[in-house]
Design a binder for this molecule. Structure first.
Ligand code: BTN
Length: 264
């Protein structure tokens, strides 16, 4: 089955953003859209540039994982952010909110955020974020890489060994999502939430908590090869996820060293 192609003109038409999507480029094939975004990031005039590709030969995910997608089936996107004031942890949480809201607005499904930054639908992963940074003297450059599964079928995920089972928007909505519309919605939301990440961390946390699949639920995390079970009572952008432990006491677990092993 062949799907609609990503189209710069459709994505850019009527896009009223301050920074994100200042320019939009679409590639047929790349190694990774993050690599292309880094090539552009040397020039401050490219702040907000959005790089899309129909396919990646070396798509990468968090913690050294691969991000796989057949041509034309996903929204594979990287945003160039030069000289940003926002803290990376808040940027990641803000991007997760932006993606969840974009999917919700376009696709008649109820996405949720699984800490720290997986977007899930009906308990399965539909999108992920890979935030990369280059911090220099008084200067922080970022590339926000986003992968959203759109047109994949069940067979595609059945073949993969994934930590969290995968899904696509089409599977969950039982419709065919228009990727150009979703891309436009995504850029609009990112523009709003990236700006908020630089000015109002409280607002991000409040919205993130509303969209969280975990706050108020019993979860088990693995930290330093040890498991901890408890009720998830909050999240701190820097210190991580906060659990009221079953053994007693409250403890925070940092994103970089923690995996959620059981939820509900
Ligand atoms: C994750 O592990 O959840 C993050 C996945 C991020 C994948 C996207 S796809 C577009 C961009 N280019 C990449 O190589 N990775 C990100």
């Amino acid at each position: 089955m062949s799907f609609e192609k990503l189209d710069v003109d459709i994505i850019s038409e009527g896009l009223r953003t301050k920074v994100i999507g200042s320019e939009v480029v679409v590639f047929k094939n790349t190694s990774s859209t993050n690599d292309i975004a880094w090539e552009y990031s040397g020039n401050e005039a490219n702040n907000g540039l959005a790089v899309f590709s129909e396919q990646q030969s070396k798509g990468r995910g968090r913690m050294g994982s691969k991000w796989l997608s057949k041509s034309g089936q996903s929204l594979l996107c990287s945003i160039v952010l030069t000289n940003t004031k926002a803290k990376p942890q808040l940027l990641t949480l803000g991007c997760a909110v932006a993606i969840a809201e974009a999917i919700q607005n376009c696709c008649e499904v109820e996405p949720r955020i699984k800490w720290p930054n997986d977007i899930i639908i009906a308990g399965k992963k539909a999108a992920g974020i890979l935030l990369e940074s280059r911090i220099g003297k008084g200067k922080s450059d970022y590339v926000i890489g986003i992968g959203i599964n759109c047109h994949q079928d069940q067979a595609f995920f059945a073949k993969q060994k994934l930590q969290i089972p995968g899904t696509s928007i089409d599977i969950e909505s039982k419709k065919v999502v228009d990727r150009n519309e979703l891309a436009k919605e995504l850029l609009g939301n990112l523009d709003r939430w990236v700006e908020i990440a630089g000015s109002d961390g409280g607002k991000i946390l409040e919205r993130w908590k509303q969209l969280s699949s975990q706050i108020g639920h019993r979860i088990t995390v693995e930290f330093n090869k040890q498991r901890f079970a408890g009720n998830c009572i909050g999240v701190d952008p820097v210190k991580g996820i906060i659990l009221q432990l079953e053994k007693g006491g409250v403890r925070m677990f940092e994103a970089a060293q923690t995996t959620i092993v059981k939820h509900l």
